[in-house]
Each structure stands twice: as C-alpha cells, then as structure tokens.
Design a protein. Structure first.
Ligand SMILES: [Fe+2]
Length: 266
C-alpha cells in the first residue's frame, strides 16, 4: 500500500490574503504542484492523507479553493483538521466523500477499512489557539475504534505530533503535558498501531511515542516551511510517500514536487 502524505497548505484567497497576495498565489501554486506530482507517481498511490491546516483564516472561500484543487487528485483523499481549521467548514466541503463521522463542529474522527493498513483519522484540536489536546470522549472513541480490529495494522492521522519536536523553538505543542503519556498508554493496549502521521511542525521530523514511530512532513506552503532543505527544493513543495508491506511495515520517502519532468512529458 502506498500513501501520499500532504499537510499544512494554509491556503488564502485574494479576498482573505489582504496585503499578502504573493503568498496566497504561491500557496495555491504549491498545492497544485503537489497534486500534480502525486498524480504522476508511478506506481500510483492508493490513498492521499492530509494532516491539517488546510486554510489560513478558517474562511469558507479558502476551503472551496482547497476542495477545487484537491479534487484533481486521482486517489482517494482523507483529511483531518489542524489547529487552524474550522471543523464545520471542512466537513461541508469534504463530507460528501463519505468517511467522516459527526456533524457541525464535532470532532472529526473516522476509521478507513478499505486497505491493508487501517487508517484512523483522529482530531487533535483543543479549542485553544495552536495547541492540541485529547479529552475523555475522544480517547474513548479511539480506544473503542482500535479494539474493533486488533489484528489489522493501523496508522493514526493526527495534526499535532504527540512527541516533542526538539528542532522547533516550541517543541511541545499540546495544551497539557500529560496528553503524550495518555496517548502512549492507550496505544500500548493496541499494538497493531505501527505509525502516527502528523503535520503542524512544518518540517520533517520523527521520533517514537512508546513503540510507535511518529513522523511529521514539511508544510506544502513553501513560505511557511521550516528546517533545512537542499537548494533545488527551495521553491518546490515537499511531501512524503509512505509504503507499507506486511513483511517490513512502513518505509517512507521524501518527494520534491519539481514538476519539470511531468511538464516536459505532457
Ligand atoms: Fe500549520
């Protein structure tokens, strides 16, 4: 199974960008380039995951724009909200794909059982600016959902990485210190969870939460990307492809969406 992992597009429209029009235009181009590169991957990916911060200002027109660009993906798309996102608007634009639970502003939680790896969408929004959190209801949902398929390899999508990102100036991005241990304890009872895919840190990073590898991807928005990258990547968005097979588990590859080869071939 091949999964393309995109995150943190922070899209703006001409109306929402105010005096930041060049960034708005660049971020649209970044997402469009990433979508084109994902579609051109060979072999083709089976699914695309998007780990949050789709829009910069929670504006409906920003989600409509995101939906329009992401609709070009040829593989099924699974999205979760980031701290920047409006759950209700995200739902309105993506619920027709049929996998999201709940309505309105309720947390977006789901399980996808269509692949060799079970994909668990887990909403880490806290209601506080920037930071993530879990509460009893979300933890109960996660525990019960994982208990439904204890023998199926599973990956959890959550915007906030439940680990300290030590290359960041603000390594711990959760409202409470205990959230990491609470999640680690829950996952320890569900050893079929082999990977957590996150965004939020806008950089590539990985570390373990208990026995589970947590990885973050660079922001698709190049102007917001953090960390050092090769000079040839400076103006191109970066995403990752995660490959799963039952013998080796997950391996991951970083893709620079320099689409010159695609454009020349077209
Ligand atoms: Fe972000």
């Amino acid at each position: 199974m091949l999964i393309a992992h995109l995150s943190d597009t922070h899209l703006m429209t001409p109306d929402t960008a105010d005096d930041n029009q060049p960034a708005a235009q660049a971020r649209v181009e970044n997402l469009s380039a990433a979508v084109a590169r994902v579609n051109a991957l060979s072999p083709a990916v089976d699914a695309v995951i998007f780990t949050g911060d789709m829009a910069q200002h929670r504006a409906p027109e920003e989600y409509a724009l995101a939906r329009e660009i992401l609709s070009a993906l040829t593989a099924p798309l699974y999205v979760i909200p980031g701290n920047r996102d409006c759950r209700a608007t995200l739902r309105r634009n993506f619920a027709a794909d049929g996998y999201m639970s709940g309505e309105g502003d309720a947390p977006i939680l789901y399980a996808i059982d269509d692949y060799p790896v079970r994909l668990i969408g887990f909403d880490s929004q806290s209601g506080f600016e920037r930071k993530g959190d879990v509460d009893a209801a979300k933890m109960q949902w996660l525990d019960a959902t994982l208990a439904q398929a204890p023998n199926t390899p599973s990956a959890v999508l959550m915007h906030h990485p439940p680990i300290p990102v030590y290359t960041s100036d603000y390594p711990w991005q959760w409202q409470r210190e205990e959230a990491g241990n609470e999640l680690a304890s829950l996952f320890a009872a569900h050893p079929q969870v082999t990977r957590i895919f996150s965004g939020h840190s806008h950089r590539a990073y990985q570390d373990k939460l208990g026995d589970i590898l947590v990885s973050t991807v660079p922001s698709i928005a190049v102007d917001l990307r953090l960390g050092d990258f090769e000079p040839q990547a400076e103006t191109h968005p970066i995403f990752q492809v995660h490959r799963f097979d039952s013998d080796n588990g997950f391996t991951s590859e970083t893709i620079i969406a320099d689409n010159a080869a695609i454009n020349n071939a077209a």
